[in-house]
Unconditional design. Structure first.
Ligand SMILES: [Zn+2]
Ligand SMILES: [Zn+2]
Length: 170
């Protein structure tokens, strides 16, 4: 697993988000905005931008980047709030307590098709949350139980098939 710790991408080493002991599983997200494929050297710039936009959100009172983990097109897993912290991304406090949140750096235009490396990274992220954060077995999309198109058609179709690793290895 290609894990990039918070301190490595420029966030305070420990998240200020509320602790959580376990969840039923993981919800998969995407950016839902225009996003172009980029060189890996600039992926951490995007993660910092996301954290900054969350901290400066006009209505949400975010204490930190909302996602637990983020995955780039190159398969690197960025530590957001991390394991054992309650996400702020699933849409309500009930939904945030039920599942962790993993966000793919994937757009609604531009880069819209997840790469095999990205799918591998998402599986790595889910495994990590199971081992370190007592995530249960459920793998769902943000749209399951909340009115949104997130995580987009391509990623959601993969999630609905059970996030198969075999698909990645084809
Ligand atoms: Zn989402
Ligand atoms: Zn990358």
């Amino acid at each position: 697993m290609k894990l990039v710790r918070r301190a490595q991408w420029g966030a305070p080493a420990t998240s200020a988000a509320s602790p959580i002991s376990r969840t039923r599983g993981v919800k998969v997200h995407y950016l839902g905005t225009a996003y172009a494929s980029r060189a890996h050297g600039t992926c951490d710039d995007k993660v910092r931008d996301i954290r900054s936009s969350h901290l400066n959100h006009p209505t949400e009172d975010y204490s930190d980047i909302a996602y637990n983990l983020l995955v780039c097109e190159h398969g690197y897993v960025y530590e957001g709030r991390g394991a054992g912290r309650r996400t702020g991304a699933n849409g309500s406090s009930t939904l945030n307590s039920a599942h962790y949140a993993v966000c793919a750096l994937l757009g609604s235009s531009g880069l819209t098709k997840p790469t095999p490396a990205m799918l591998h990274g998402i599986r790595d992220a889910i495994e990590y949350l199971r081992e370190r954060g007592a995530a249960g077995t459920e793998i769902k999309g943000h749209r399951d139980g909340f009115a949104t198109t997130c995580p987009g058609p391509e990623l959601y179709a993969w999630v609905k098939r059970g996030a198969p690793l075999a698909q990645v290895l084809d």
